[in-house]
Ligand binder design. Structure first.
Ligand code: ATP
Ligand code: MG
Length: 393
């Protein structure tokens, strides 16, 4: 009896001509994450994975963190579609389970099979009633449903399923650059953009000695957690101290944050171009802080021409926190290390910044040079091995 995982795709039905590319990417992503632990086959709108008993839970866990999957059915493959074989496997599975009411539901994609789907369900239901004591059929609210699927060469029986994450396979929509701070919002923004098929690289601005090595380690841990939903994620660490100090020394303090964020955007755009990222992504949420009012967004956004995607723009903080908990970034995000946005906070940051004033103030610092130097001195961190995988080994 070969244990099998059958994958139902998410949202891919709308991708008529491109479906091949979506499925190939999904397969590659799974293969990359599971190494050689599973073999993958396609058959009529489904993907089938076979693995060994000992690797089974790792493979399942990996699938649950892979975008592009709607549902994972856990069951058994039957080599030959003879009714007697199906009966035997069904009996074996049912005897291991504890239930009082059940139903059998059959789907027959091999229309040449001698019995029709309802006849097969009825027949197999009868077999179970005979072989499993104290059970009865309940077609409306059964405790357990045995799904039988008869295809050309094989039959399958499933009784368990797990929900997938949905979305598109990571990489199918190109690459974006995530501005990743150590906070709660930006990792969630990264997760949501990956869900739409965007592969991400991340950029982090650090300001040592004002920000600590622990703050940077925290961002690396967040990258590690996010990479479980993708494959490896490249992190660009940008030295931001000089720029920040120049801003602090020369620019009226109510504009500190606005100008600092304009510099971040400029640098992010350059790193994006250099690394073939088509969009910038960040964790801004409308109205959350002074730099996220609509007027601030206008003034800050002005300095770049790449689209800036803000996946949590319209979420409130509680919604973002709840998602952060679900995806596993929250506990790391709340570790109390400072971010470069929080070290030079003015008492009264401007809420409606004026673009002309921004441009005027920026003339007070040699920002072009400073930006070039910062980009040139970036440090690249690539997480090679996934945490989960490491634990497993
Ligand atoms: P977060 O919780 O993601 O830190 P926040 O609510 O604290 O967000 P800000 O500090 O204003 O908001 O930052 C807004 C966005 O700017 C962040 O979500 C992130 O995308 C980006 N950002 C802020 N600080 C940094 C940094 N040090 N490195 C990279 N990106 C940053
Ligand atoms: Mg922050």
């Amino acid at each position: 009896m070969q244990k099998i995982l059958m994958i139902k795709y998410a949202e891919l039905n709308t991708k008529k001509d491109n479906i091949g590319m979506f499925l190939r990417t999904l397969k590659q992503n799974i293969e990359e994450k599971t190494k050689d632990m599973a073999t993958i086959q396609f058959d009529k709108g489904r993907m089938f994975l076979k693995t060994t008993e000992e690797n089974f839970s790792f493979v399942l866990k990996t699938l649950k963190k892979t975008f592009g999957i709607h549902e994972i059915e856990i069951g058994y493959e039957i080599e030959d579609t003879k009714m007697e074989n199906i009966e035997n496997v069904l009996k074996e599975i049912a005897l291991e389970k504890d239930f009082k009411t059940f139903k059998v539901e059959t789907k027959r994609s091999d229309k040449s099979y001698p019995l029709k789907s309802p006849e097969i369900s009825r027949h197999l239901g009868g077999i179970l009633l005979k072989n499993k004591e104290n059970t009865m059929v309940d077609v409306h609210e059964p405790e357990i449903t045995f799904y039988v699927e008869i295809r050309k060469d094989h039959a399958y029986i499933y009784s368990e399923k797990e929900k997938g994450l949905g979305g598109y396979p990571v990489g199918t929509l190109g690459k974006g650059l995530l501005m990743l701070s150590g906070g709660i919002d930006s990792p969630v923004a990264g997760f949501l953009s990956m869900k739409r098929g965007v592969k991400i690289e991340a950029i982090y601005f650090e300001s040592p000695p004002h920000t600590s090595v622990e703050a940077k380690n925290k961002v690396e841990s967040l990258v590690q957690i996010l990479s479980e939903y993708s494959n490896s994620i490249k992190l660009h660490v940008i030295p931001f101290t000089k720029i920040q100090e120049e801003i602090y020394k020369n620019i009226p303090h109510e504009y500190l944050i606005t100008i600092m964020r304009r510099m971040m955007y400029r640098i992010a755009e350059r790193v994006a171009y250099k690394n073939h990222c088509k969009i910038l992504i960040n964790g801004e949420s409308i109205g959350q802080v002074a730099s996220q009012t609509l007027a601030s967004m206008v003034a800050i956004n002005k300095v770049v021409s790449l689209p800036v995607i803000r996946p949590v723009a319209c979420f409130d903080k509680l919604e973002i926190i709840s998602l952060a908990k679900k995806i596993g970034t929250y506990e790391t995000s709340i570790l109390p290390y400072e971010d470069c946005c929080t070290i030079f906070v003015p008492d009264h940051p401007v809420i409606h910044p004026d673009v002309e004033k921004c441009e005027e103030y920026e003339k007070l610092i040699p920002y072009e040079e400073l930006i070039k130097e910062a980009v040139l001195n970036e440090e690249i961190v690539t997480n090679q091995i996934k945490k989960e995988f490491e634990d497993y080994l």
